[in-house]
Design a protein around this ligand. Structure first.
Ligand code: ADP
Length: 486
């Protein structure tokens, strides 16, 4: 296109008859190249949908080369250019029709191919192709009117002056596709354009008379610029393609993460219903709804109950994670006494603590101010997570559950155990998602979700959560909440 514009421009500017004829033929030459290369472009972009038998390629190649040669070196297409001041008129050669058929044929074939392709493309590609198609159509319609049809039919050659506009139309639409639909990468296009401009200027400079003395230096500069340019172009292309790959991978990862969350959420939901039913039946049996049961059976049932509770807690944590992360978690805030929550949860764990032979106690001062504003069900879950961990990770010794009042407006819940304890480095990571202490992994089962969920919830209630621990001696897990005035 650049060749076509430059030759057309010079064609009108130069008065030397020999040169004008050469420029006229050069302009035909570039028109031929332009039409075939538009087709090549459309053929490959954005993907090939048609494959021609290889004979066709050879035939088309031969036709192009032959037409290009006779255009440039014989009077068969452009016989002569008549000069009348600024105006030029072409005397067409005997095979001029061949040129017209070639040019229009390739352009129409390109448009047809693009139209056919649209059905095979995704939405983004469709947007890009539509712009390019429209640009080609408009540009070519305009260009062939001004440069072929109007001169041929009306014998009016001045219209050719406007031909250059068709290139601008095409360029504008290509630019729209690039910028709006990421048809080509702007960074790459800009680098190419700037590099080629520098090269062209340097090459042009070689032919200027003033350059003669410094020819060696000029060639050296050109050589360096070409080398640097090639390196630059390669790097930019490489970087851009890496960036695109990264973007695609990130998106894929995001989708996978989404699918995983949906799966966990669905599986957890399905698991919870039967567990609730089991809990109901066990409670009924334990409460004597089916008559007396032998003491041993009662003991086992109590164990089954606490195991079931553990599974419910685990499933709840899994459900909570996806809910919180997707912002679907709803909280029912109300004022309630924290001590009531503690007592209920404490007694749920009595059987388990007894089974492990732990010294398991609760200490709640009678005059404590413990009214908090929070979602009570969620508080149950948090306290359950902390007590359950203390019992799970403590083999012998004690687990003490207590409420203390560090200051007027604050109530603090603590679970003290004589378990393995946790090192300082691990304490910092403990409340992160999926984190499990290395030395415990393998010994106990767990998901590493309980503390993460508990932290998110306590933060939602404007509180703080933490742990103080000495490895080898035990840990105190705690949370603090603001106290409400009645
Ligand atoms: P889970 O218990 O399912 O692994 P949590 O989030 O509740 O997940 O706990 C995270 C990790 O913190 C546990 O894997 C365990 O290593 C450690 N941990 C929690 N509570 C205690 C405790 N009382 N004593 C020692 N380690 C604990």
């Amino acid at each position: 296109m650049t060749g076509w514009i430059v030759s057309l421009f010079l064609f009108y500017k130069i008065a030397n008859p020999n040169l004008v004829l050469f420029l006229g033929r050069l302009n035909f030459f570039f028109s031929i190249l332009l039409s075939s290369s538009v087709f090549v472009f459309v053929y490959f972009f954005p993907k090939i949908i048609w494959k021609f038998p290889s004979g066709i390629y050879w035939l088309a190649g031969a036709e192009n080369i032959f037409l290009l040669l006779i255009t440039l070196f014989t009077p068969l297409i452009d016989k002569a250019e008549l000069i009348d001041g600024a105006a030029r008129s072409t005397v067409y050669g005997n095979l001029y029709l061949w040129f017209v058929i070639h040019f229009l044929g390739y352009i129409f074939l390109s448009c047809y191919l693009l139209l056919r392709k649209i059905g095979h493309l995704n939405n983004v590609e469709k947007g890009q192709v539509k712009f390019v198609l429209f640009g080609i159509l408009l540009g070519v319609a305009f260009g062939s009117s001004t440069n072929i049809i109007i001169p041929l039919i009306f014998n009016y050659y001045d219209a050719q002056n406007l031909g250059i506009l068709s290139a601008i139309i095409f360029a504008a639409f290509a630019f729209l596709s690039i910028s709006k639909h990421r048809f080509l990468n702007l960074q790459i296009v800009a680098t190419h354009v700037v590099t080629f401009l520098i090269w062209s200027l340097l090459i042009l400079d070689l032919f200027l008379p003033a350059t003669k003395n410094l020819l060696f230096l000029d060639i050296l500069v050109l050589f360096l610029m070409v080398s640097f340019g090639v390196i630059l172009l390669r790097n930019v292309v490489h970087e851009v393609s890496q960036k695109q790959q990264l973007e695609e991978l990130t998106k894929k990862l995001h989708d996978l993460d989404q699918q995983k969350n949906e799966f966990i959420s669905m599986a957890a939901h399905e698991l919870r219903a039967p567990m609730t039913a089991i809990k109901g039946y066990i409670s009924m049996i334990l409460e004597g709804d089916v008559g007396n049961i032998p003491p041993k059976a009662r003991e086992y049932l109590v164990d089954v109950n606490s195991i079931n509770d553990r599974m419910v807690r685990l499933v709840n944590n899994m459900l909570n994670v996806s809910r919180i992360e997707e912002g679907r978690m709803s909280f029912q805030f109300e004022k309630d006494e924290l001590s009531r929550v503690i007592r209920t949860v404490y007694s749920q764990f009595l059987p388990e603590a007894n089974r492990k032979g732990l010294d398991y106690k609760v200490q709640i001062p009678s005059d404590i101010k413990d009214k908090v504003y929070a979602d009570v069900d969620k508080l149950h879950e948090v306290v359950g997570n902390l007590i359950s961990n203390a019992i799970k990770y403590t083999e012998k010794g004690h687990v003490y559950v207590r409420l203390v009042q560090p200051s007027e407006g604050i109530i603090r819940f603590e679970v003290e155990d004589t378990g393995p304890g946790i090192t300082k480095e691990e304490q910092e990571k403990l409340f992160q998602k999926f984190y499990r202490v290395e030395s415990n992994v393998g010994k106990t089962t767990g998901t590493g979700l309980g503390l993460y969920i508990s932290r998110l919830m306590i933060e939602k209630f404007n509180g703080k959560i933490g742990v103080d621990s000495d490895p080898g001696k035990g840990s105190v897990f705690w949370f603090e909440l603001p106290v409400q005035q009645n």
